[in-house]
Each structure stands twice: as C-alpha cells, then as structure tokens.
Design a protein around this ligand. Structure first.
Ligand code: LLP
Length: 428
C-alpha cells in the first residue's frame, strides 16, 4: 500500500484516518497502542454487525439461522456480539462448545462440524442439547449412535455431503472436492442417510455442505446448491424428510482488491434456486466465519528496526507469524497501513517479524515511509489470526480490544510469560 493514505481506506468503512491518524470507529489506534501495548488486535463491532446485516437482508422473510463459524475468531467478547445479535454458532470442538456457552450462546442454536469428533465431545454436546451434529462419515454415524443410545438420547444429525465442486480457492482451504477429507461422497449420500434413519440413537434433521473458504466467485456456490438439491430430492424420494439445508460458510472478503459477491446478492440467487426446485420453505442454515469478522479487525504493531540490504530492505515489526499466521501458511496478502503517516514517498520493504524463520513475513515489497517506533496497522486481521495464534518462540499472545463507537473494551489481556509457564513442570 502506498504510504500516502486517503482519509478512508477503500473496503474498510469502519476504519479511517482522522486528523492524520488511523481510527477504528471513533477509537484512535495510537491511543489504544499507548494504553495496551503492541502487538494489539482491535475490532469494530459496527463492522461485524454490518457484515451480519448483509446476510440478514438476504434472508429477510425466510426461516433461516445464521451460525457464526467461530473458528474464525473465538474470543468471548466477539462471540457475545454475535450471540446478542441472535446468531447460532458452528463449532468444531468441545473447547468451542464451552466458549459459546460461556459467552451466553444458546445450545439449541449450535451445530457441531468436523471430521474428528471424539466420544467425549459428543457426550458433552448431547448433554448440552446442541441443535445438530454435522456428521462427516459412516464411521462417525455409528459412534454417535452408540454414544446417544448409552445416554438414552437421540442425536439430531445432518450428513455433510461432498458435492465435488471446485471452490477456486487456496488448496489448503478447499474442502468440497473428491480428494478432500471432508464429507460423504455424493454417490454414497443416500445410502448413508438410509443407514442413519435405521439407527435408534439418531434423528435425521438436515443436510449439510461446505465447499471451502475465501470463495470470491458465485459459480461454485450455485453449482454446489444444484448438487445438494439433487440429493435432497433423491433422499426425500426415498421417504426421508429433511427439515433443514445447511449450506456452510466460505464467502470471501477483500484482502487485495478481491471482489467476492455481497452476501445478500449471492443469497438472492441461491434462494431463487431453492424456490425453483420447491424447497424454499425448508429451514436454511449457514456457517459464515471470515465474512463476518475478517475486515472488522486490525493488528497494530510497532516498527522495531529498519534493516536496509543489498537485495531487500526489511522493516522488522513486533508482530509475527504467531499472531498473523496467514502469510506464512497460505502466502496470504494483508494490507499494511501506517497508523500516523509521514509525508514523503518512503522505501520498499519486506515487512517481517522477529521469529527465527524466513517464513516469518507479513508483507512483501511494501512501500512505506516509516521510522523505528512508528505504528503500522495490518488490515483484514479479524479472522483466522488471533484464533490461530501460537506461543512459538515463547511469545505471549496479544491483547484484544473491541471498539463500539467511542467506547473501547479490553476483551483479552496480553498473555504473560507466567501464563505460558503455568502448565509446565520441571522434572524431579
Ligand atoms: N463451516 C465449516 C465446516 C468450516 O470448515 C469452515 C471453515 C467454515 C464453516 C467457515 O468458513 P469461512 O466462512 O470462514 O470461510 N485458516 C484459513 C481458513 C480455514 C477455514 C476452515 N473452515 C485461513 O486463514 O484462510
């Protein structure tokens, strides 16, 4: 990104320069960094709610349940925003279940996804009374049945089907193709449903599909919907009623000029397909993660050193692949903006963290007019950053602040080294 910012950052309506310094809603990032230190995650509540509103507009007048895929950002204060807005949650572990309950989420609005649920996780989720298990294999179906029978309960289930559609995204986050570990193959789906209805501990309630993440085109969704509706028709023709259709998440966001469809526009088209096939009355569920939180968050970081070199100039910052893992993992792009820009054209830098790996880069070939001590904001950092943060190099995880207009809430304190050492024991 150029070092000369306009007052608005295109694509980030809740993040703007005011009086020469970057703000999230009405909160100054420089002030927040001064109070809480860096690296620091800052989230806009209004940005989350406006992303949610696009889905709500798309579903106006429909029987639909939006289940926030909390793996994108599972901090309690963020979950609270969505719970208070009426969302359910898509979880993938027992830990995520406890987080939803701690944040005031309603158990009956929880769906449990994932290929590797343990018996203990199933028992806990059944006892809590979750809304649906999205089952990903026949083997899992049998185990869940056993767990439910032993608990004298019936587990509500959907079967996740793999529609074999290319979502045209990074291979690590593509999930709906035949070679992926996810879901039951299209051709095996009917047989799996027939098995499910024969098991006494299960109650079939729906069908589920999720084809991948950071999807920026509508065609994969439209194709997947056709494939899923073909299955709904054949499953119902076999006498098995499906109450709901869960169409997963995956809608992309703008990182680098990406232009994903708007949620309401996409759903207008998908709902037209449902209506045309006569399934418009069924309950709809979706599991969006990134598109609800990704562009609501920034990571504020301080420039530690500038290191000019023969081939590259390095701008070394105090954030790293611990808290911003996406460039290292997926060669992902995040915009980087000066919090309080200087005049002048600057230099081209690779922006890197302090971790002892060459993979620890945050941005490559960025033009920045910066000096040590300056603050930078790494944008689009609301999703899959803090929730994937690690303690590599014994670095503590950052603090997080939720901004609501002019009010700021510290929703997570910075992790201390003491916090990190607490679970460890010396030998003897
Ligand atoms: N439902 C299921 C079953 C999923 O596996 C996922 C994401 C979602 C919903 C939410 O997808 P979203 O709306 O957020 O795209 N760490 C990667 C993304 C991994 C996505 C995993 N599954 C990244 O940083 O790009």
């Amino acid at each position: 990104m150029s070092s000369v910012p306009s007052s608005r950052l295109p694509g980030y309506p809740h993040i703007a320069y005011d009086d020469g310094s970057l703000r999230v809603e009405q909160a100054s990032l420089a002030d927040l960094a001064a109070s809480h230190g860096t690296p620091l995650f800052v989230y806009s509540k209004a940005a989350m709610l406006s992303a949610l509103a696009a889905y709500q507009r798309g579903f106006a007048g429909r029987n639909a349940q939006i289940c926030y895929a909390m793996k994108a950002n599972s901090t309690l204060g963020v979950l609270q925003v969505f719970a208070q807005a009426g969302c359910g949650f898509d979880i993938v572990s027992g830990g995520e279940l406890e987080r939803v309950l701690a944040a005031g989420g309603i158990a009956s609005k929880i769906i449990f996804s994932g290929v590797g649920k343990t018996r203990a996780e199933m028992q806990r989720a059944l006892a809590a009374g979750i809304g649906c298990f999205n089952v990903e294999s026949e083997a899992e179906l049998e185990v869940l049945n056993g767990v439910a029978v032993a608990a004298d309960k019936r587990a509500p289930v959907s079967i996740r089907v793999n529609p074999n559609v290319d979502p045209k995204t990074h291979p690590y986050i593509s999930t709906g193709l035949k070679g992926n570990k996810f879901g039951v193959a299209h051709e095996d789906a009917l047989r799996t449903y027939q098995r499910a209805v024969s098991l006494p501990g299960l109650q079939v309630v729906g069908i589920d599909c999720h084809i991948g993440s950071q999807i920026t085109e509508e065609t994969p969704y439209l194709d997947a919907m056709d494939r899923v509706l073909d299955l709904v028709a054949s499953i119902e023709a076999a006498g098995i009623t499906l109450k709901h259709i869960d169409f997963g998440g995956g809608l992309g966001i703008n990182y680098q000029g990406d232009t994903p469809p708007e949620a309401d526009v996409l759903w207008h088209k998908l709902l037209a397909k449902l209506d045309a096939r006569g399934f418009g009355q069924k309950q709809l569920m979706i599991e969006p993660g990134r598109s609800l939180v990704g562009n609501a968050g920034v990571c504020v970081t301080e420039v530690l050193y500038l290191k000019p070199g023969e081939q590259k100039n390095f701008c070394i910052i105090d954030a790293a692949m611990n808290e911003l893992p996406r460039p290292a993992m997926y060669q992902a792009f995040h915009h980087i903006a000066a919090v309080t820009p200087h005049e002048g054209s600057g230099m081209v830098y690779d922006v890197v963290g302090p971790i002892c790996e060459s993979g620890d880069w945050i941005g490559r070939d960025r033009e920045l007019a910066v000096a040590p001590g300056d603050l930078l904001a790494v944008l689009s950092a609301g999703a899959y950053c803090m929730s994937m943060a690690s303690n590599y190099n014994t670095r503590g995880r950052p603090a997080e602040v939720l901004v609501d207009g002019a009010t700021t809430h510290l929703i997570r304190s910075r992790e201390s080294t003491e916090d990190q050492l607490r679970l460890e024991r010396l030998v003897g």
